[in-house]
Write a protein that binds this ligand. Structure first.
Ligand SMILES: Nc1ncnc2c1ncn2[C@@H]1O[C@H](COP(=O)(O)OP(=O)(O)O)[C@@H](O)[C@H]1O
Ligand SMILES: [Mg+2]
Length: 343
């Protein structure tokens, strides 16, 4: 981290602890918090994996390994972009709730420690790797993974915690990149740099007034009041394939919202990773107390596909222009028809 960013951090939040890669610094901090008891000492520190927004480290000690995560007031991958630090308190609350549920606790990291003053949390190391490999390889979710993916989200949507934080600053950030920015005609984002010819194709969707109106009203719903606790980022980057099975991490976008949002995001990524055949069987496993609105699911799913192909949060998809055009057409059909259907 460059010095000017350190200065910036200290200016905004004077006296806050700044996670460092130095063993000595981290050792002092962890001992002070009593998270490294007795004779336990740090053997090594490494980046936990590909992280987007936060500083996420794996700490190896003489006894175990664990994950320490800090939400800084910027996006770790793009430090020039500000990011709300309240996400740390949201993630902490969510993980605490998971720990109280007999089933969800098995599929979520355990909260070992929390220091919300410094926007830090410590969770157990689940090992494994995120399911992001689905984008690059021709690999598939197993039947067991699909079952766990649906069991988790079904159970989560039945929780009705009181006073769960609104998480509005994170929702506003997400709203911008899902429902707004990708559809602005002159947003300055050079799609031809991603793939030659993508810019030309994008005009079809960016100039479709009816489509854009639908997306705008879906965006309003996203920011509005909801009825259940949702994960808020239920896609392969938040799913871990571990030796013990399918696990779920990174609930920093969670809020009381629309279950259809989680389901739509999940379906969008199933389609983009070549799981179109698995969508209907997966959805048949979804069980919730309240009925879900299929039109809303189709709308959120379609919007997620459009924004992943046309917006800044690109995925490592190995698709040619023709494949992308087919996905974009299917996505806008889902939004306009309000149905998940195949040509
Ligand atoms: N509890 C955990 N067990 C194992 N690996 C983890 C755990 N939490 C995070 N990771 C790894 O660190 C990466 C970044 O963590 P994540 O919570 O997604 O941070 P960010 O929100 O900054 O992307 C994950 O993709 C994963 O590889
Ligand atoms: Mg994240």
């Amino acid at each position: 981290m460059s010095t000017d960013l350190e200065v910036r951090f200290k200016n905004i939040y004077p006296g806050k602890y700044f996670l460092s890669f130095s063993k000595e610094d981290l050792n002092t901090y962890l001992k002070f918090r009593s998270w490294l008891p007795g004779e336990e000492v740090i053997d090594g520190i490494e980046k936990a994996g590909e992280s987007n927004m936060n500083c996420v480290l794996r700490v190896r000690t003489n006894e175990r390994s664990f994950i320490i995560k800090q939400a800084r007031p910027w996006v770790e991958k793009y430090p020039q972009i500000d990011a709300p630090v309240e996400r740390n308190a949201v993630e902490t609350r969510y993980l605490g709730l998971m720990g109280e549920d007999v089933e969800l606790k098995i599929q979520t990291p355990e909260l070992i420690g929390s220091d919300t003053d410094n926007f830090i949390l410590v969770i157990n190391d689940l090992g494994g790797e995120p399911f992001s490999f689905l984008y690059e390889h021709n690999s598939k979710l197993t039947g067991e993974d699909c079952k766990s993916m649906m069991a988790y989200i079904s159970r989560l949507h039945q929780l009705k915690p009181v006073n769960f934080p609104e998480n509005m600053a994170m929702r506003v950030l997400n709203h911008e990149h899902i429902f707004h920015f990708p559809f602005i005609e002159d947003n300055g984002f050079k799609l031809d740099d991603i793939q030659s010819g993508l810019e030309g194709i994008s005009w079809i969707y960016k100039r479709d007034k009816v489509l854009k109106q639908k997306i705008e009203s879906l965006g309003k719903l996203y920011l509005g009041e909801g009825k259940a606790l949702i994960h808020g980022d239920y896609y392969p980057g938040s799913w871990l394939k571990t030796e013990l099975g399918f696990r779920v991490i990174d609930p920093e976008f969670s809020h009381i919202g629309h279950p259809e949002f989680d389901l739509g995001i999940m379906i969008a990524h199933l389609l983009m990773t070549g799981h179109s055949e698995e969508i209907i069987p997966a959805m048949s496993r979804y069980s919730s107390e309240q009925a879900v609105d299929n039109e809303l699911i189709a709308g959120f799913a379609g919007t997620e596909i459009l924004r992943r192909l046309l917006g800044v949060a690109q995925l490592p998809l190995k698709l040619n222009l023709e494949n992308k055009k087919a996905l974009l057409d299917q996505a806008s059909d889902w939004i306009l028809s309000g149905m998940i259907r195949h040509e």
